[in-house]
Ligand binder design. Structure first.
Ligand code: 5GP
Ligand code: MN
Length: 323
């Protein structure tokens, strides 16, 4: 159920800024596009903002060029909608000034959501933010076209790990089925998202697999990805998508961590992003939240700086004792 107040806020606004998190995934991109196209159909002036470039695997999406990295003059907007962000800082630089826009709707499905904004609609039971966006579009009375359908379908497909993750619910299948009826083409989406890996990505995978470490009790695994590996393989951030799952699929492993060096600092201390994945039993969102990050039950992450790789690995391996 979408709260009437949220729909009212959208209906009465004319100039809308829609934003989502940096390093966007399929849910961030798909949710923005679907809602953006819907609001345009209602005659609103809409800007779709993301600080990061759209990953190559999502550039096939119809109307994807509506997404840009310029929000313009924030005083021009009467409504901001932030999608798929557990906290406002996830949108990046704009998080400092976006709150000057008179109304800010926070629409998300992360359990760790901080409930920022003038109105927060967080449904942690939703398989993807796109599930919530689907209901908003329907409640606003806008008919789905091929663009919206492809965006919503891609968002749900990717956020549920092709209907394999724990967040896969009945709505994931029901909405996907309806989106296919409205013009989404599962074969095209699968080819673009999953079957067009660069050679560099495969070489990077090879290097990252080589770094797998398992805790003594076998329940936790780590993988490491350095800036140098990316330079050597000529890969970019989009090529990392899904790599962490390889460490999760190892038998007995309950928690998998992918440690990515984002900046190499002085004295061997760096800045790292850690992606956590759970095979089901363990809630990694609470682990990530304790370490200043957030996420979902089975997929979460956090950043750590001013530590060496060995210190970081030691503290991650200490988590294994509680498993
Ligand atoms: P990934 O590991 O793919 O970067 O992210 C998995 C999930 O964890 C995503 O849903 C994302 O929202 C969340 N997440 C990842 N990194 C961070 C972080 O640094 N802070 C917060 N709050 N959430 C994160
Ligand atoms: Mn999501």
């Amino acid at each position: 159920m979408i709260p009437a107040m949220l729909l009212e806020e959208i209906r009465k606004s004319d100039r809308v800024l829609i934003a989502s998190h940096t390093q966007p995934d399929g849910d961030a991109i798909g949710s923005m596009l679907a809602l953006g196209v819907c609001l345009k159909a209602l005659g609103k002036t809409v800007t779709l903002y993301n600080e990061s470039p759209t990953p190559a695997i999502f550039r096939f999406l119809p109307s994807v060029n509506l997404i840009g990295d310029q929000a313009g003059d924030l005083s021009d907007y009467d409504l901001a909608i932030v999608l798929d962000c557990g906290d406002l800082q996830r949108i990046g630089r704009l998080s400092e000034d976006i709150e000057t826009i008179p109304a800010l709707l926070n629409i998300d499905h992360h359990v760790t959501n901080t409930l920022f904004g003038t109105f927060a609609h967080v449904d942690s039971q939703a398989c993807a933010t796109a599930e919530i966006v689907y209901h908003i579009i329907r409640d606003l009375g806008v008919a789905f076209d091929k663009t919206m359908a492809t965006a919503i379908y891609t968002a749900i497909l990717t956020d549920t790990g092709s209907f394999m993750f724990q967040n896969t619910n009945t709505a994931a299948f029901a909405i996907s089925s309806e989106m296919v009826t409205q013009g989404a083409d599962p074969y095209t989406v699968a080819q673009c998202v999953y079957a067009t890996y660069s050679l560099g990505r495969l070489k990077l995978l090879n290097m990252v697999l080589d770094t797998i470490d398992i805790s003594r009790n076998g329940k936790l695994s780590t993988m490491f990805l350095s800036q140098r590996m990316m330079e050597e393989t000529g890969t970019q951030l989009d090529d990392i998508y899904g790599l962490v799952n390889y460490a999760k699929h190892i038998e007995d492993v309950q928690v998998a961590a992918l440690i990515r060096e984002t900046h190499m600092g002085m004295n061997g201390k760096g800045v790292y992003h850690v992606s956590l994945r759970s095979s089901g039993e363990v809630d990694v969102s609470s682990i990530a939240a304790r370490l200043g990050g957030g996420g979902h039950h089975s997929a979460a992450g956090f950043k750590m700086e001013g530590v060496s790789l060995s210190e970081l690995k030691r503290s991650i391996f200490s988590l294994a004792e509680a498993l």
